[in-house]
Design a protein around this ligand. Structure first.
Ligand code: AMP
Length: 216
Protein backbone atom coordinates (compact mmCIF):
# COMPACT_ATOMS: atom_id res chain seq x y z
CA UNK A 1 0.00 0.00 0.00
CA UNK A 2 1.38 3.39 -1.01
CA UNK A 3 -0.11 6.44 0.65
CA UNK A 4 0.65 10.15 0.55
CA UNK A 5 0.36 12.54 3.51
CA UNK A 6 -0.39 16.00 2.15
CA UNK A 7 -0.47 19.20 4.17
CA UNK A 8 1.38 22.40 4.98
CA UNK A 9 4.67 22.43 6.89
CA UNK A 10 3.90 21.96 10.59
CA UNK A 11 0.71 19.93 10.01
CA UNK A 12 2.38 16.92 11.67
CA UNK A 13 3.06 14.82 8.54
CA UNK A 14 6.41 13.53 9.82
CA UNK A 15 5.11 12.58 13.26
CA UNK A 16 2.07 10.78 11.86
CA UNK A 17 4.13 9.12 9.10
CA UNK A 18 6.46 7.64 11.75
CA UNK A 19 3.43 6.30 13.62
CA UNK A 20 2.02 4.71 10.43
CA UNK A 21 5.45 3.20 9.76
CA UNK A 22 5.51 1.55 13.19
CA UNK A 23 1.92 0.34 13.15
CA UNK A 24 1.50 -0.72 9.52
CA UNK A 25 5.06 -1.59 8.50
CA UNK A 26 4.93 0.94 5.68
CA UNK A 27 8.30 2.63 5.15
CA UNK A 28 8.27 6.38 5.79
CA UNK A 29 9.82 8.25 2.85
CA UNK A 30 10.43 11.86 3.82
CA UNK A 31 11.93 13.88 0.98
CA UNK A 32 12.77 16.66 3.48
CA UNK A 33 14.84 14.16 5.54
CA UNK A 34 16.53 12.84 2.38
CA UNK A 35 17.49 16.35 1.31
CA UNK A 36 18.73 17.24 4.81
CA UNK A 37 20.96 14.14 4.69
CA UNK A 38 22.41 15.34 1.39
CA UNK A 39 23.08 18.76 2.96
CA UNK A 40 24.65 17.22 6.08
CA UNK A 41 26.84 14.97 3.92
CA UNK A 42 28.02 17.90 1.80
CA UNK A 43 27.17 16.03 -1.42
CA UNK A 44 26.83 17.77 -4.81
CA UNK A 45 23.03 17.69 -4.44
CA UNK A 46 23.33 18.93 -0.85
CA UNK A 47 25.42 21.94 -1.86
CA UNK A 48 22.94 22.78 -4.60
CA UNK A 49 19.77 22.51 -2.51
CA UNK A 50 20.96 24.05 0.75
CA UNK A 51 20.33 27.73 -0.15
CA UNK A 52 16.96 26.82 -1.67
CA UNK A 53 15.84 25.02 1.49
CA UNK A 54 17.13 27.79 3.74
CA UNK A 55 15.10 30.29 1.73
CA UNK A 56 11.96 28.17 2.21
CA UNK A 57 11.58 27.52 -1.53
CA UNK A 58 10.91 24.22 -3.26
CA UNK A 59 13.81 22.25 -4.75
CA UNK A 60 13.46 21.46 -8.49
CA UNK A 61 11.10 18.67 -9.54
CA UNK A 62 13.89 16.88 -11.39
CA UNK A 63 16.00 16.35 -8.23
CA UNK A 64 13.01 15.16 -6.24
CA UNK A 65 11.63 12.79 -8.84
CA UNK A 66 15.00 11.03 -9.29
CA UNK A 67 15.44 10.77 -5.54
CA UNK A 68 12.03 9.28 -4.82
CA UNK A 69 12.04 6.94 -7.85
CA UNK A 70 15.16 5.21 -6.48
CA UNK A 71 13.66 4.84 -3.01
CA UNK A 72 10.22 3.56 -4.07
CA UNK A 73 11.87 0.91 -6.25
CA UNK A 74 14.07 -0.34 -3.35
CA UNK A 75 13.25 -3.79 -1.87
CA UNK A 76 12.22 -2.41 1.54
CA UNK A 77 9.38 -0.46 -0.12
CA UNK A 78 7.82 -3.38 -1.97
CA UNK A 79 5.24 -3.94 0.78
CA UNK A 80 4.42 -0.25 0.73
CA UNK A 81 5.39 3.17 1.93
CA UNK A 82 4.05 6.42 3.27
CA UNK A 83 5.18 9.46 1.32
CA UNK A 84 5.81 12.44 3.59
CA UNK A 85 6.53 15.70 1.75
CA UNK A 86 6.23 14.30 -1.78
CA UNK A 87 4.64 15.13 -4.18
CA UNK A 88 4.61 18.90 -3.65
CA UNK A 89 3.86 20.10 -7.20
CA UNK A 90 1.54 18.93 -9.97
CA UNK A 91 4.58 17.93 -12.06
CA UNK A 92 5.76 15.70 -9.19
CA UNK A 93 2.28 14.17 -8.84
CA UNK A 94 2.20 13.33 -12.56
CA UNK A 95 5.72 11.87 -12.41
CA UNK A 96 4.68 9.73 -9.42
CA UNK A 97 1.63 8.41 -11.31
CA UNK A 98 3.85 7.50 -14.25
CA UNK A 99 6.55 5.78 -12.19
CA UNK A 100 3.99 3.74 -10.26
CA UNK A 101 2.02 2.77 -13.39
CA UNK A 102 5.26 1.55 -15.01
CA UNK A 103 5.60 -0.93 -12.12
CA UNK A 104 1.91 -1.89 -12.10
CA UNK A 105 1.41 -0.07 -8.80
CA UNK A 106 -0.92 2.73 -7.75
CA UNK A 107 -1.63 5.06 -4.86
CA UNK A 108 -4.08 3.67 -2.30
CA UNK A 109 -4.93 7.04 -0.73
CA UNK A 110 -3.87 10.64 -0.32
CA UNK A 111 -4.55 11.95 3.17
CA UNK A 112 -4.91 15.69 3.55
CA UNK A 113 -3.87 16.93 6.98
CA UNK A 114 -6.14 19.93 7.29
CA UNK A 115 -4.90 22.77 9.46
CA UNK A 116 -5.29 26.55 9.51
CA UNK A 117 -2.27 28.77 8.84
CA UNK A 118 -2.33 30.80 12.07
CA UNK A 119 -1.09 28.08 14.50
CA UNK A 120 1.51 26.76 12.06
CA UNK A 121 3.99 29.58 12.61
CA UNK A 122 4.06 28.92 16.36
CA UNK A 123 4.19 25.15 15.81
CA UNK A 124 7.18 25.42 13.46
CA UNK A 125 9.25 28.11 15.17
CA UNK A 126 9.06 26.31 18.55
CA UNK A 127 10.00 22.81 17.47
CA UNK A 128 13.27 21.00 18.14
CA UNK A 129 14.52 17.42 18.22
CA UNK A 130 16.89 15.22 20.19
CA UNK A 131 20.20 15.12 18.31
CA UNK A 132 20.74 11.49 19.38
CA UNK A 133 17.43 9.70 18.73
CA UNK A 134 15.41 12.29 16.75
CA UNK A 135 12.49 12.46 19.22
CA UNK A 136 10.49 15.63 18.52
CA UNK A 137 9.70 18.36 21.08
CA UNK A 138 8.18 21.84 21.21
CA UNK A 139 9.06 24.79 23.47
CA UNK A 140 5.42 25.34 24.49
CA UNK A 141 3.38 22.29 23.49
CA UNK A 142 5.74 19.42 24.23
CA UNK A 143 8.83 20.28 26.29
CA UNK A 144 10.89 17.34 27.61
CA UNK A 145 9.78 16.20 31.11
CA UNK A 146 13.17 17.29 32.50
CA UNK A 147 14.53 20.49 30.94
CA UNK A 148 17.44 19.72 28.63
CA UNK A 149 17.08 15.91 28.80
CA UNK A 150 15.44 13.76 26.10
CA UNK A 151 12.49 11.72 27.47
CA UNK A 152 13.23 8.85 25.10
CA UNK A 153 17.01 8.32 25.30
CA UNK A 154 18.36 10.67 27.98
CA UNK A 155 20.35 12.63 25.38
CA UNK A 156 21.23 16.23 26.23
CA UNK A 157 21.96 17.63 22.76
CA UNK A 158 19.10 19.08 20.72
CA UNK A 159 18.84 20.51 17.21
CA UNK A 160 16.55 22.98 15.46
CA UNK A 161 15.96 22.95 11.72
CA UNK A 162 17.61 25.85 9.88
CA UNK A 163 14.34 26.47 7.99
CA UNK A 164 12.16 26.71 11.12
CA UNK A 165 13.13 30.39 11.60
CA UNK A 166 10.13 32.77 11.45
CA UNK A 167 11.12 34.44 8.15
CA UNK A 168 11.67 31.10 6.37
CA UNK A 169 8.47 29.61 7.75
CA UNK A 170 6.43 32.36 6.05
CA UNK A 171 8.09 31.54 2.69
CA UNK A 172 7.43 27.79 3.19
CA UNK A 173 3.73 28.42 3.85
CA UNK A 174 3.53 30.63 0.75
CA UNK A 175 5.18 27.86 -1.32
CA UNK A 176 2.63 25.39 0.05
CA UNK A 177 -0.35 27.53 -0.95
CA UNK A 178 1.05 28.41 -4.37
CA UNK A 179 2.57 25.10 -5.49
CA UNK A 180 1.23 22.25 -3.31
CA UNK A 181 -2.38 23.15 -2.46
CA UNK A 182 -3.44 22.63 -6.13
CA UNK A 183 -2.74 18.92 -5.55
CA UNK A 184 -5.87 18.75 -3.39
CA UNK A 185 -8.09 19.12 -6.46
CA UNK A 186 -5.74 16.91 -8.53
CA UNK A 187 -6.31 14.02 -6.09
CA UNK A 188 -9.97 14.87 -5.39
CA UNK A 189 -10.69 14.49 -9.12
CA UNK A 190 -8.99 11.09 -9.03
CA UNK A 191 -11.11 10.08 -5.99
CA UNK A 192 -8.04 9.47 -3.87
CA UNK A 193 -8.37 12.36 -1.41
CA UNK A 194 -9.32 11.85 2.25
CA UNK A 195 -9.14 14.65 4.83
CA UNK A 196 -8.33 14.47 8.53
CA UNK A 197 -8.51 17.24 11.12
CA UNK A 198 -4.84 17.93 11.87
CA UNK A 199 -5.78 20.58 14.49
CA UNK A 200 -6.94 17.72 16.75
CA UNK A 201 -4.72 16.09 19.40
CA UNK A 202 -2.04 13.67 18.14
CA UNK A 203 -3.94 10.47 19.09
CA UNK A 204 -7.14 11.70 17.47
CA UNK A 205 -5.31 12.54 14.22
CA UNK A 206 -3.71 9.08 14.32
CA UNK A 207 -7.15 7.51 14.84
CA UNK A 208 -8.60 9.37 11.83
CA UNK A 209 -5.66 8.29 9.64
CA UNK A 210 -6.04 4.68 10.80
CA UNK A 211 -9.76 4.80 9.91
CA UNK A 212 -8.88 5.90 6.36
CA UNK A 213 -6.22 3.18 5.99
CA UNK A 214 -8.68 0.53 7.20
CA UNK A 215 -11.14 1.57 4.49
CA UNK A 216 -8.83 1.61 1.44
P1 AMP B 1 10.05 19.19 4.81
O1 AMP B 1 10.97 18.50 5.76
O2 AMP B 1 9.11 18.24 4.13
O3 AMP B 1 9.34 20.38 5.43
O4 AMP B 1 10.97 19.77 3.63
C1 AMP B 1 11.98 20.73 3.90
C2 AMP B 1 12.38 21.44 2.62
O5 AMP B 1 12.92 20.47 1.68
C3 AMP B 1 11.26 22.14 1.86
O6 AMP B 1 10.99 23.44 2.36
C4 AMP B 1 11.85 22.17 0.45
O7 AMP B 1 12.84 23.16 0.32
C5 AMP B 1 12.54 20.81 0.35
N1 AMP B 1 11.63 19.74 -0.14
C6 AMP B 1 11.22 18.63 0.52
N2 AMP B 1 10.40 17.88 -0.23
C7 AMP B 1 10.28 18.54 -1.42
C8 AMP B 1 9.56 18.28 -2.62
N3 AMP B 1 8.78 17.20 -2.75
N4 AMP B 1 9.69 19.18 -3.63
C9 AMP B 1 10.46 20.27 -3.53
N5 AMP B 1 11.18 20.58 -2.43
C10 AMP B 1 11.08 19.72 -1.37
Amino acid sequence: MIIVLLGPPGAGKGTQARRVEEERKLVQLSTGDMLRQEVAGGTAIGLRVRPIMEAGQLVSDEVLVDMIADRIAAPDCQAGCVLDGFPRTTAQARALDTMLAAKGRRLAAVIEMKVEDAPLIERLTGRFACATCGAGYHDTFRPPRVVGVCDSCGGTEFTRRADDKAETVTARLAAYHRQTAPLLSYYRERRLLHSVDAMAAFNEVARQIAAVLDRV
